[in-house]
Write a protein that binds this ligand. Structure first.
Ligand code: SF4
Ligand code: SF4
Length: 444
């Protein structure tokens, strides 16, 4: 295995970096504020993978909603494919938490304490003086602190802020497992941002590795205009330039956080961070050439001078997405708060009672598809029928909870005209109908 070459990217500065810095402020504010935002007492976003409970923009998705969840995941994936086909790795460069924290938080701490790339290299080679110990100690302590913060942030999306604040405020021994989770995630984030760094994007991230499948010649990406830049060559004073505009200064390589040379064409390692645009623009400015040798553009725009965002492929993906979103919208609009199954007890027949009624025995399960407590009642829609519950089942459903039991349905003989009759039933809460469902009644 080849030894890893540690990357020391030069501190990026310039128009694009400033834009990204402001965008980062927005993204971080959103990331840290969102767990506190609630609608109707529920977090607006909750991703509880442990209990398979999710709240997405206020819509609760419990373990029963696997269809809805599946459709949401599918729509999300198609959206990613569509977005990537048009805008390439815009997400990676601007909004991915890995890039945002790595480039805009951890590297900023590193630059502030250890200085720019050259100083960092020198410090790493230097003997362990008190200055080096203080610098390294402070840096890694701050790394640990931010990692701890990110671990808490992640858990606030998984558990919700209320649950997380319990872990923090109540005695440690009451929440040992969750506390162990915070420690484990802190360690994972520390390892990621202190050591793994660019390799998280270039080796681990599946989205990065799938780029070649999603993008095409019309995809917008940070790209080097080889038509204009080549043949590259150093700039010589007082000599008329007959070659391309790339002065081979290597500034674009020096700032690259993944250590690549963008002049080699589109590469899987490029996270579209825009650092090389700024570096190259500043060189172009200095030598009096037009800016934009590296810019947001597409292969087709560089080679054929044609810009085409809406291609047949994009239209195809957009059409699929529209169908999926319509299905999703319908499912959300038509879903009920409960999901009930009431099935005839296996192996049982109907019973003819002396009072002129017929009984069927059923087992029932009623699931709460909301994240709130619901007190339910079940009724037969046909007024002539009667439900007689075995025992006294508690139909109060805990958030995302379930209740089950057995029940007889009694129908007057006169109401049953065929062997199998479809009986509509409904679930109510405080007189409000939550769900209508059907069961089969045997008789005659
Ligand atoms: S090639 Fe440019 S845009 Fe891509 S990762 Fe390197 S510096 Fe960022
Ligand atoms: S920064 Fe621009 S001019 Fe310098 S090597 Fe890179 S592409 Fe060429």
């Amino acid at each position: 295995m080849e030894a890893r070459e540690w990357i020391y990217p030069q501190k990026p500065t310039g128009k694009w970096h400033t834009r990204r810095a402001w965008f980062t402020v927005g993204i971080l504010a959103l990331l840290f504020a969102l767990p506190f935002v609630k609608i109707d007492g529920q977090p607006v976003l909750l991703l509880n993978v442990l209990e398979r409970k999710f709240i997405i923009f206020g819509i609760f998705i419990g373990p029963q909603d696997y269809w809805l969840f599946g459709l949401m995941m599918l729509s999300f994936m198609v959206f990613i494919v569509l977005f990537t086909t048009v805008f390439g790795r815009l997400w990676c460069g601007w909004a991915c938490p890995q890039t945002v924290f790595m480039e805009m938080v951890f590297r900023k701490i590193e630059y502030a304490i250890e200085g720019d790339a050259t100083r960092q290299k020198l410090l790493n080679k230097a003997p362990w003086t008190s200055d080096k110990i203080i610098k390294k100690g402070t840096k890694y302590f701050l790394f640990l602190l931010v990692s701890f913060l990110i671990a808490n942030l992640l858990l606030s999306y998984v558990l919700g802020v209320d649950e997380l604040s319990k872990v923090i405020s109540e005695p440690l021994e009451d929440h040992l497992t969750l506390f162990a989770g915070i420690v484990a995630f802190t360690a994972v984030f520390y390892f990621n941002f202190a050591w793994l760094r660019d390799q998280a994007c270039t080796v681990v991230c599946p989205y990065g590795r799938l780029q070649s499948v999603f993008i095409d010649r019309n995809t917008i990406a940070v790209a080097y205009d080889h038509e204009r830049g080549e043949q590259r060559g150093k700039l010589h004073k007082n000599q008329e330039r007959t070659i391309g505009d790339c002065i081979d200064c290597h500034q674009c390589v020096a700032v690259c956080p993944t250590g690549i040379d963008i002049r080699n064409g589109l590469q899987m390692e490029c996270v579209n961070c825009t650092a090389c645009i700024d570096a190259c623009d500043s060189m172009m400015d200095r030598v009096g050439f037009e800016k934009g040798l590296i810019r947001y553009t597409s292969e087709n725009a560089i080679e054929n001078k044609t810009r085409k965002l809406i291609t047949p492929r994009v239209i195809g993906y957009a059409a699929i997405l529209l169908v999926l979103w319509s299905g999703l919208g319908f499912m959300v609009a038509s879903r009920s708060d409960t999901q009930t199954s009431l099935l005839r007890a296996p192996g049982t027949q109907y019973i003819e009672n002396p009072d002129g009624t017929i009984s069927n025995l059923y087992t029932f399960k009623i699931f709460n598809k909301t994240n709130k407590l619901i007190k339910t009642t079940i009724k037969i829609k046909d007024q002539r029928g009667k439900l007689i519950f075995a025992g006294n089942p508690d139909l109060t459903l805990q958030p995302a909870g379930m209740s089950e039991g057995t029940v007889f349905i009694n129908m007057p003989k006169s109401a049953i005209t065929q062997r199998k009759t479809k009986l509509p039933l409904a679930v109510y809460q405080d007189g409000k109908e939550l769900e209508v469902f059907e069961t089969t009644f045997l008789g005659r």
